[in-house]
Ligand binder design. Structure first.
Ligand code: 4AD
Ligand code: MG
Length: 431
């Protein structure tokens, strides 16, 4: 066992001597006392250095220590209700590992492009630190939610022979002597997996050659996709809202400190309780018309439309029953009106946009074949998918939740590129 503790466990050591190992976040000096704001990747702790309590050499470190120098700090833990962390350290000794060169990210405002170029260092700053901690907690929550509900994790492949979500955003790659595509969604594979496991989910990166430079699009993002046999669109929506409520509750229960670092308005998250409002696409159009945002029937909603609709609600809203032309080939036709499909989008509050896309799936091979022909999809590549409708076809449904958009909403982050450790966009492939 190492002889140091992690800063997050400091509350268990009040009145005792501990050693912490980490980095200098900041230093404040005033005469016979100086303060080291220390971080070790689990908490930010103020360490108090008093001239008459430490050897001279340690006190003089105030002029040699630089931001991001690495060190071991030993001292007595004290309660400090006025400190964010609630505790501080009265320092006895400091040992240096490395004196950092001049750190490019000073504790002042920098342009976001500069910070993204320095992402390998920017990860250490308070904001990115808190966001990635919340992301990690939510990833775990995604797995817990489905594992607790009889779902089996069945991973889908990253290399695929065909498009799942439209050919315009496919990344093509050389695959020996032919072409392959990076997956846009694991859904089609999950549709096969549920015939073996009844309820499944897959969770991994998805790739889309999005030419848009919006604050909601990445070219590489993570999606969690549950798929359920014998679920209709209503069961699908019930599960989606239960899942999203669960994720928000997890953040509220486990990530208070990180949400505080991000200065997130917690009350906005506390109102995220089931049931979520459900409106049809046609009702959404009416709301938009009232707000003076015109959209002709059949067109997909854009970011301004989604924001306008989310304004009216204090929790996510589900828009369902979409015009067939605006949605993917695999969605089930509404038996009551052929012009519609049983698809659903969930729109996050506060203008964070669509976090979930899902649907009941077309289980009738004839209808599916018509859609494949109409959209001129290569039928040979979908033969295996059609088999699922030949051998014990069942009604089924599923959805995909975009991890970064969900993290962005829960954290209150402006741009989703901050919600993934190493963002990939149309204009960014480095570091
Ligand atoms: O609505 P989408 O395209 O749905 C599907 O891919 C379905 N096959 C999912 C399913 O039913 N199993 O994408 C689902 C979600 C979106 O709501 C959004 O949150 C996220 O994935 N998403 C993106 N996130 C970041 N950058 C992008 N370029 C994204 N494209 C989709
Ligand atoms: Mg969608």
């Amino acid at each position: 066992m190492p002889n140091h503790i992690l800063a997050k466990h400091i509350s268990a050591y009040v009145g005792k001597e501990v050693t912490l190992k980490g980095w200098v976040y900041n230093i404040r000096k005033s005469g016979k006392i100086w303060f080291l704001i220390f971080r070790d990747g689990t908490e930010f702790i103020q360490c108090v250095v008093l001239k008459d309590q430490v050897p001279d050499g340690v006190f003089e470190l105030k002029s040699t220590l630089t931001q991001e120098s690495s060190l071991a700090v030993s001292g007595i833990v004290q309660e400090a209700p006025r400190q964010e962390a609630g505790y501080e350290i009265l320092v006895n000794n400091i040992e240096i590992y490395h004196i950092s060169e001049e750190y490019p990210i000073a504790l002042k405002e920098h342009g976001v492009e500069f910070l993204l170029d320095k992402r390998h260092l920017w990860l250490r700053s308070r904001g990115p630190y808190a966001i990635l901690k919340i992301r990690a907690e939510l990833e775990q929550a995604c797995r817990d939610f489905f594992n607790e509900r009889d779902f089996t994790l069945v991973d889908s492949p990253m290399f695929t022979p065909n498009a799942a979500e439209g050919s315009t955003t496919l990344f093509e790659t050389q695959y020996f002597d032919r072409k392959a595509y990076l997956t846009q969604s694991g859904q089609l594979y999950s549709e096969a997996a549920i015939m073996a496991h009844n309820r499944t989910y897959c969770f991994g990166p998805c790739f889309r050659a999005e030419k848009s430079k919006t604050r909601r699009h990445l070219t590489e993002f993570w999606m969690i996709e549950p798929e359920m046999a014998f679920y209709d669109i209503h069961d699908d929506m019930d599960l989606a809202e239960e899942f999203v409520e669960y994720l928000v509750q997890r953040a509220l229960n486990k990530c208070r400190r990180e949400l505080q670092i991000l200065e997130r308005d917690i009350s906005k998250l506390e109102s995220v309780k089931r049931p979520f409002p459900r409106i049809t696409y046609d009702e959404a159009l009416k709301i938009l018309h009232k707000k003076g945002l015109e959209l002709s029937w059949g067109e997909d909603l854009g970011a301004p439309h989604e924001s306008a609709i989310s304004e009216d609600f204090d929790r996510p809203v589900m828009i369902w029953r979409w015009p067939a032309a605006s949605k993917a080939f695999y969605m089930k036709r509404d038996p009551e009106d052929e012009r519609y499909v049983l698809g659903v989008d969930m729109i996050a509050p506060e203008g964070h946009g669509e976090i979930i896309g899902g649907s009941q799936r077309e289980e009738d091979i004839k209808v599916l074949l018509e859609r494949i022909e109409k959209e001129q999809l290569p039928k040979e590549d979908f033969e295996w998918f059609l088999d699922l409708r030949r051998f014990g076809s069942v009604p089924h449904s599923g959805f995909g939740l975009g991890l970064e958009r969900t993290v962005g909403w829960i954290c209150g982050t402006h741009h989703i590129r901050e919600c993934i450790p190493w963002p990939r966009t149309m204009v960014r492939l480095k570091p």
